[in-house]
Design a protein around this ligand. Structure first.
Ligand SMILES: Nc1ncnc2c1ncn2[C@@H]1O[C@H](COP(=O)(O)OP(=O)(O)OP(=O)(O)O)[C@@H](O)[C@H]1O
Ligand SMILES: [Mg+2]
Length: 281
């Protein structure tokens, strides 16, 4: 189910203070079954872009196609939203029920799921995001930490089994263990054939989990490709106010000190390159 943005523009009116051109003609294709990272400095347009992928925002010009369905066509929105689930950057806006159970159950219930099948769907989704149903199901979502709220919002989307998931800053507020659990979940969902769009400032995880990455800068896609291609030019990244993954920085530093180390974006790649160099010494 490809998601395609064609010459997408979006402006925010700033009251009497003019207009912010948040997206300036974005062309991007998210192929089926891949993990696509969207990175860029704060205010570069990431959230604005991904909110078009399930019709939450409507393009000012250009268009977004989901599985060839035009996301500007209001009649198609229910169909599109069943295909593309979205977890917002600020999940507290997404949680509204009295208990975690009710929140995660909301989507399936609206699609006629009830009784044991509903219990199963909720428990399955909570376990997937690493929340023990016995501990969390009866809690109020508003008593939870930021990271836990994010997981509940994700469970609410997973319980609907969408083909594609858009996750805006899913790792914000998570500790390294939470981020590792999240990376495993992404791999599992990918293995299950889902398409994933992940907005994140965590470059190490992005480099590990993504097949492709797009870099946004001032509302434009300025770089687009595999993690190795996108993280190859550290100077260019810093021009876009972006960090590089730890492995890419280390590889660069080791090269500066005369080691013959190839470009690396993951610790595994860096390790392999280091071992090869040590064997040569
Ligand atoms: N509701 C809004 N009203 C007015 N301007 C907005 C609104 N939302 C975003 N903007 C502006 O649009 C631009 C893009 O914002 P967006 O939230 O898409 O960026 P982002 O890349 O997601 O940033 P962050 O990394 O901080 O989440 C920014 O200049 C922002 O100030
Ligand atoms: Mg954002």
């Amino acid at each position: 189910m490809p998601i395609v943005a064609e010459k997408l523009t979006y402006d925010y009116s700033q009251g009497g203070l003019g207009v912010t051109h948040a997206l300036k003609g974005v062309d991007l294709t998210i192929p089926d079954g891949c993990v696509y990272g969207i990175i860029g400095h704060t205010g570069s347009g990431k959230s604005t872009l991904v909110q078009h992928f399930n019709g939450l925002l409507q393009p000012h010009s250009g268009r977004v196609l989901v599985d060839s369905l035009d996301a500007s066509d209001k009649k198609l929105l229910p169909q599109i939203r069943q295909k593309v689930g979205m977890v917002f950057q600020y999940p507290e806006y997404q949680l509204f029920e009295e208990t975690v159970f009710k929140d995660v159950a909301f989507g399936p219930m609206n699609h006629g799921v009830s009784g044991e099948a509903l219990n199963f769907a909720v428990n399955e989704a909570l376990l997937l995001v690493g929340l023990e149903p016995d501990l969390f199901a009866s809690k109020s979502p508003f008593e939870l930490s930021g990271g836990e709220k994010r997981r509940v919002a994700l469970a609410g989307v997973l319980s609907m089994h969408p083909k594609a998931l858009v996750l805006d800053e899913p790792m914000a507020g998570m500790d390294p263990q939470g981020r590792e659990l999240f990376s495993q979940l992404i791999r599992r969902l990918k293995a299950d054939g889902r398409t994933l769009v992940v907005v994140s400032h965590h470059m190490d995880e992005i480099a590990e989990i993504c097949d492709y990455i797009a870099v946004l800068n001032e509302g434009e896609v300025v770089l687009n490709g595999t993690p190795s291609a996108v993280f190859a030019d550290l100077e260019l990244l810093s021009r876009y106010s972006l960090d590089a993954p730890f492995a890419a920085l280390m590889a660069h530093k080791l090269r500066e000190r005369g080691f013959r180390i190839q470009n690396a974006v993951t610790v595994k790649e860096l390790g392999a390159s280091l071992i090869a160099e040590l064997k040569r010494c």
